[in-house]
Design a binder for this molecule. Sequence first.
Ligand code: SF4
Length: 413
Amino acid sequence: MDITTRRRLLEGIRRSDQASAAFTAANRACTRAAKAAADAHTRITRDLQLCVSANELEAAQAAYVALARREQEARTKVCRTFTASRAADGALGTLYAPHARGRDTGGQRRSAVASSILGELAESPRDLVLAADAILVSTSGGKDSLVCGHRVVTLAAEAGCLDKVVWVHADLGEESEWPGVRELAQRQAERYGVKFRVVKADPGLLGLVEKRGMWPDAARRLCTSSLKRDKIAPLFTQITDALGLDEQALIVSALGLRAAESPARARKLPLAIDARASNGRRMVLTWHPILELTEADVWQQITDAGLEYHPVYDALMPRLSCVFCVLAGFSVLVRAVRLCWALGLPLPEKYTDLESRIGHRFKEQYSLADVVAEATRIEAAEGSLTWRAGDAIRDQLGETAAATYLHRLALAV
Ligand code: SF4
């Protein structure tokens, strides 16, 4: 199947999924509207029995009429979305028929067709980068983003289309992130000679918590969506406009997630349609080019290519996330506090102050004040945190690898 056919089929699948989702939503809204109208009717019957005043009865009847009208509109919408969904499925079926080999594209099979097309594309990344009109590498500046970007850029350079790559960094500000993250992301982009874009996520994690009066957590991880994903989303429109194509643009959005990081990430596919970011003008595919890598693989690739990483890794911070990431474990948070002290950053005080002002604990099991108390105890026993350049690689791959890395980095600089 050629790439043009794949693109058409993916768009057919997207439209079909979208129409089906609209039908499901309309059905739910209709159920809610029917219940509201039925409840209003029950209230009128009850009011009649209770002999309420004429005014109250009139108000109840008016409310019922409005709700009954809304129910009727919801039913009309169900019919309309059902027809649209059938039409989208029909159009997809017609498109897919020449390639179907006896299968159709209804229900489950639509997702099977999507997985097969996306799976094939993910297995031939060169075809993917060649087919893309633009390739975004979303980077936190961290080690996984770096190796992801390195892989994408290497492929794009080999395919002769480096100009398609845009290195995108969501800057959460100095009250959320470690110093120098934005500058590092920029140096990484400059090393590859690709376009660099920064989206500002003011007011960062601290501001978000201040506004909401509570900390996010794993179940309500609003921070990632509001500080990163939602800030990057307008870029898709800007890039599509800048491309100015007559046909639907294909934007590939690369993310450095790894399956080994969490069960949720292990369930991710290498390539998927980003239904939220896609529309008739652009198809956005989310690509996870390093999904299969282990942490050691990542450090090996950084060593082999002499890639510059952020120094907090040498203080054995496992991730270059927010300084106090709501997903980090207790020992990592304690280390973050000690690292702040070693770097002279006032963040532990700012965060504990915020925690006491809003009266909501950083985590259900412990507060940031507990974290700071533990950091204080360790500092008293062991002294300040110290580290050497290359410690992250020394820790993961050994002394020889660290020496090799530092030598390669010096040559690259
Ligand atoms: S790094 Fe942690 S705290 Fe920061 S946005 Fe991501 S999940 Fe939220």
